[in-house]
Design a protein around this ligand. Sequence first.
Ligand code: GLC
Length: 557
Amino acid sequence: MTETLKWWQKTVIYQIYPRSFKDNTGNGIGDLKGIIEKLDYLKELGVETVWFSPFFESPQKDHGYDITNFRAINSEYGTMQDFETLLKKMHDRNMKMVVDFVLNHTSVDHPWFKESASNKDNPKRNWYIWRDGKKSGGKKPPNNWKTMTGGRAWLYYENTNQWVYFHFLPSMIDLNYRNPEVKNEMFNTMRFWLDKGVDGFRLDILHAIYEDEQLRDDKFCFQIFPSDKNTAALFRQHKYDLNLPETYDFSMELRRVMDEYRNPERFLVGEVFGSIEDVRKYYGPNNNGLHTTFLFEFITAAISFKPQKIAKVISRIENSLPSPYTPTYVYGNHDRPRYVSFLKNDVQKAKLLATMQLTLRGVPFIYYGEEIGMPNVKIKLKESQDPIGQKYAKFPISQITSLFGISLTRDGCRTPMQWTPEQNAGFSTNKNVKTWLKVSDTYKKINVEVEEVNPNSLLNCYKKLLKIRNKFDSLQKGELEFLNLGKLNEKCLAFRRIHEAQELNIFLNFSKDSFNLQWSKQDPKLLFSTIPNKNMLEYDSQRNSFKLDGYEGLILE
Ligand code: GLC
């Protein structure tokens, strides 16, 4: 690996869902001024980069992923001036801002779409994908494509007797990237934000940008729920609407826009679904596409809490994306149940996973609240604010899906950040306001204020790990080598991170039993342990062994 790492190769990224982070105006909804208040908290936590879920103008049907103006701030969150202040204050603290960019679709209320839908001759008609229907006077959709959320992917407009294509929800219509005007407009919008100084973009459902030009039908597939390896779902393949060769090429065009900017270089991370091998194609044949992508397969492995399964996925990631390619390691985001709840909210286990995430090679992403162990909150579909939850509220299927670890409402991971043990968890300046989603009833115990003063809290564990990650070159840029523990590989995972003469060894025990691990090393030093008050390594130099406690994570120098 080359010596000069780019800023994004050695950063840790924290995701903020603006609606839920900090409410400064007291209306129960988070806002940009609230985020500004908390920048010092983030700086002290040890994260350098923040990715913001969308704060652009939007009717908020999908809470900001449905945009009506890509160049304006939604008034609920603040003003353009607030945005500029936020960016400046971040840069003053040597922090970087990554904004969410929704290239794939606009809100159905976007003026472009209103124009496009008005008549067939409108200059914006070809900005979206309009087609004649099949049979009986065009009243059947053009093909059999299904959306990502279930149901057909076409919406009928009687005024022009045509159908328009959408991949996610009918309130969000897909833009037509085969039209150069659309591409131009969206690239210029990216430049608009880059000129303001944003440091990068997280690209929303990028794998859905292009669809088959001939609109070929997708085939039946015996798979109900999408997996992190395969995009097929609800008994349908997604061969013709996702991960098209044109979309891989598009990632290189996006990169060229980023490369117009230097000092600092700008960064792209793609939300793309598929196997690690498919996702790899978004990096471009010569690392000339996206800088990195999410690798969701890792989440499934991590929450299984099975070291061999985890090691297998890490090996596949390392093989597909050897340095200088940069992988990412995430455990959650605003679409997924919080990882700690898969671990039955066990802090000891969460500390172990945090140790793993922050010692692997690549970019770790921390979703707000993960650092304090905020749990997933049960929210009834009937009360759901999430449009997916609302869509399924009438179906008696939530019990079945929860058996598969799938939640039909994403509200559970979007509840207000828990800052203090006060009413409303200190989220809002107004203690009595009804927050947009209810606060988890765990807030009296699980919150920043309480955890800051407890040396053994999850928060302090994250802080220590981040300090170590920021200090050691081997964690930022070192190669990764697995350590063979023989039969204990069934219960433990161990790897080494090496950069020049610096070497750190990481041992992670996924079982409740303690072991004496055989490992020969001259005078090893304990750098970090998840076990409270463990300050020294009891290394037996006669037997070349040391004790690893149940669920312990260790970093040795
Ligand atoms: C992405 C976002 C999700 C959003 C969807 C449609 O998957 O993460 O929150 O609803 O795209 O934009």
